[in-house]
Each structure stands twice: as C-alpha cells, then as structure tokens.
Design a protein around this ligand. Structure first.
Ligand code: IPE
Ligand code: IPE
Ligand code: MG
Length: 245
C-alpha cells in the first residue's frame, strides 16, 4: 500500500481523533481500560509511519477537556498510562528524530504527568523530523475563547488596533500558532463528528472517517487514508478548472 503514496503530494499536517478504545474493549469482552492500553501501539505505528514518509506534523487527540467528566477511575488510569508511555517512548522519539509538542490546558494534568511531558518536550526539542503534537486536556472552543481574551487585552492595554485583528492575527493567538492547519483529519470508530477538536484550524481540512476502532488502526490503515486524501481535489472555494490549470 505504501508504494501507492505519491511522496511529492504528502499532507504536511495530519490530525487524528483516536476514538473507539472503549468499544474495542467491549467487543473483546474486556474492561474499557484494556482498550486504552491497546491504543498505545497504534500511536507508535502511526508516528513511525508519518516520520518515515516525511510528514512534518502529526496531531493526536489524546484527551479532551470533556474527557475529565469520565469516571475518576478511567481518568486516573489514562493519566498513569500517559506517564508510563511518555517515559518509555522518549528514546524512540529521539531515535526517529521526532519532536514532541503539546496543545491543550496541560496545567490541569496531574503534576507528575505535566512534568514528564515537559521533560520529554525538552529532550526532543532539537529533533528536526516529524513534529508530534499531542492534544491533552484540549478544547477548541476554550482555545478560541482564550485567544479572544488575549486579543481583548492587547487591544485594551497593548496598543493593538482593531483593524490589525485579521485572520492571521487570530491564528497567531491560538496554541497552534507555529503549526500549519491540518490537511487531513482521520477519525476512527465510525463517529462522524469533530468533538471540539481544532475547529478554527480545520476550516478547509479534508475529513476521513473509518469504522475501525483505534486499537486496530495500523500503518496500512494510515497509508489508506493518505491515498484517499491524494485522490481528493482541494478547491478552497474555487472551481475545478481554476485549481487544475
Ligand atoms: C478514545 O476512545 C480515547 C479517549 C477518548 C481517551 P474512547 O474511550 O472514547 O472509546 P469509545 O468511544 O468509548 O469506544
Ligand atoms: C474525542 O473522543 C476525544 C478523544 C479522542 C481524545 P470522545 O470519545 O471523547 O468523543 P465523543 O464524546 O464521542 O464525541
Ligand atoms: Mg469515544
């Protein structure tokens, strides 16, 4: 499948809503937490596949602000899984020249988790290959609201004029400020919604949905999504004739 990918037309940024861990576990007669444990290997595989292909940005939705409302037991288990994984995977990230970044309200994470992430971000900061962006305690509406507050503050006290506030300016106030907008969004598990993920940034993103639950997602499924993306015509409001000229 990899051979069918045109490496000259790769998406620069792929975002993934990794969904369906709980249902996968249920289908296997196991607890939801088991599904989360089985969700780690696909993260490794997809990061490696993206790095090998030469994709520059991969953003993974790992935990939403709304996910804090899940049963405490599940939230705790997810936090432990995050600490364990980040600790174990840092050498592999370095081996694969991957730089880790995070978006989201990471201050809300337990201190130990927060510190592990800070350390990994620092230890991988010199890597020049794939930028792996983990969305943790992330909510797009809260990110946009935060940006609005910052802009209001700059307009009130920082000498920013109302006419300076254009789309680029708004983008530069988001947590994704140095990251290009996603070209392709993948969501697993058959759900057809965005669940508060990168709403501003995905204005023109190509959407790809698959029924496969996240623990079953692998490199082949990732290649399939990219091949599908490469068959799309991105028109950005123009006519087909205009964009193929
Ligand atoms: C995605 O799987 C992982 C997280 C949201 C942390 P889910 O846990 O949402 O699995 P389903 O959707 O209940 O099957
Ligand atoms: C979205 O999945 C968040 C993550 C994958 C981290 P959810 O399972 O929380 O989304 P909903 O509740 O089905 O919309
Ligand atoms: Mg879900």
């Amino acid at each position: 499948m990899k051979e069918q990918i045109d490496i000259n037309r790769l998406p620069q940024h792929v975002a993934i809503i990794m969904d369906g861990n709980g249902r996968w576990a249920k289908q296997h007669g196991a607890e939801r937490t088991m599904g989360h444990q089985h969700g780690i290997q696909p993260v490794r595989d997809v990061s490696e596949a993206a790095a090998e292909l030469g994709i520059k940005y991969l953003t993974l939705y790992a935990f939403s602000t709304e996910n804090w409302n899940r049963p405490a037991e599940e939230v705790n288990m997810l936090m432990h899984l995050l600490v364990d994984t980040i600790e174990k995977e840092t050498p592999t990230l370095n081996k694969n020249n991957i730089r880790l970044l995070t978006i989201g309200d990471t201050d809300r994470l337990p201190l130990a988790v927060h510190e592990k992430f800070e350390r990994c971000i620092e230890q991988t900061s010199a890597n020049t290959g794939l930028n792996l962006v983990l969305a943790l305690s992330y909510s797009s509406r809260s990110e946009i609201t935060q940006a609005m507050q910052d802009i209001a503050r700059m307009a009130t006290y920082g000498g920013v004029r109302v006419e300076d506030i254009n789309e680029d300016f708004v983008s530069s106030c988001l947590q994704t400020k140095n990251i290009p907008d996603p070209d392709l969004l993948i969501r697993t598990s058959g759900e057809l919604r965005l669940s508060n993920f990168l709403l501003w940034q995905m204005a023109y993103t190509e959407l790809y949905f698959t029924n496969i639950c996240w623990p079953d997602f692998d490199k082949q499924e990732f290649y399939k999504a990219i091949i599908d993306y490469q068959h799309r015509e991105r028109r950005f409001g123009k006519t087909s004739e205009q964009v193929t000229k």
